[in-house]
Design a protein around this ligand. Structure first.
Ligand SMILES: [Zn+2]
Ligand SMILES: [Zn+2]
Length: 109
């Protein structure tokens, strides 16, 4: 199940589109959960590097289910792993809510 999910997330054209839209909107590609920006941290090697997460459960898509851009979230590798680390998977909002700030206290939002 996880494997199917991940291979769908590698579905290239949509991911490229998603990145292009985010770049145009924000001028950078940052994790939607924690704001991590690969370019800022790793320099050139990190340019346009970010993972894509499907916010809809694959089971609701069916074999030829269409994916919309809005069903994709850009996340860093850490957040992506955490989202899938346990069942039930986190939503982006769950992940944000769980995020513990650098000062060790839970973010209020
Ligand atoms: Zn992140
Ligand atoms: Zn995912």
């Amino acid at each position: 199940m996880t494997r199917v999910h991940v291979s769908r997330e590698r579905n290239s054209t949509l991911v490229k589109k998603k990145k292009a839209v985010a770049l145009r909107q924000h001028g950078c590609l940052a994790c939607e959960v924690c704001g991590f920006d690969f370019l800022q941290t790793y320099g050139e090697r990190g340019r346009e590097f970010i993972e894509c997460h499907h916010t809809l459960p694959i089971s609701s898509l069916g074999e030829h289910g269409k994916t919309n851009l809005k069903d994709l979230a850009l996340v860093c590798s850490n957040c992506h792993r955490m989202i899938h680390a346990r069942r039930p998977w986190w939503s982006i909002d769950d992940a944000k809510a769980a995020l513990i700030g650098a000062n060790g206290s839970r973010a209020q939002s």
